[in-house]
Design a protein. Sequence first.
Length: 197
Amino acid sequence: MKNSFFESTYNHPNIKKEDYKNIMDAHTKVEFSKNEIILNEGKISNEYFLIKKGLFRSFVIDYKGNEITTGFFGPNDILIEVASLFLRIPSEETIQALTDCEVYKIEFNDFQNLYRTIEGFTEWGRSWMSQQLFMAKHRAVTMHTQSASQRYLNLIQEKPQIIKEVPLKYIATYLGITDTSLSRIRKEVLSQTENLP
């Protein structure tokens, strides 16, 4: 069962079946408590996590001193601060557990070892990074081209667990709107779905 979790996360046709044992052995099971800070702004990230259970968010502090949520992460996601981990620079974001969480951690040096020794793992890494760049670009564009209502509907579709379990104030800053605007949008969406045949 545990092995299939790693196989689905690091899914690539060029990773051999026997390689998954080495990949799995490079990870350590870790549990985090609700509201626990995983990475502080200004610290260099030395690991990343595969999420088995629970929800996390990343956030920054804006020029006015407000917390702005920059990302949500749930089961089967990879929780990582890419720039800090790979460029070895202080993180601009803080990462926090929103619920009690169960993850599998891999240290930077162990990741580097897998990257050097497993050919398919290298290819998986390049493919994953390309996908992340695409997603980041897509989010940046939609913040300007879509209405707040559409961005909210997209979030419902893509991450329904976030809508159910995360405080509204975090969702609002992620969508780039106020709590009041989000409450209005939620009422509108609810009334539209109630009126459906």
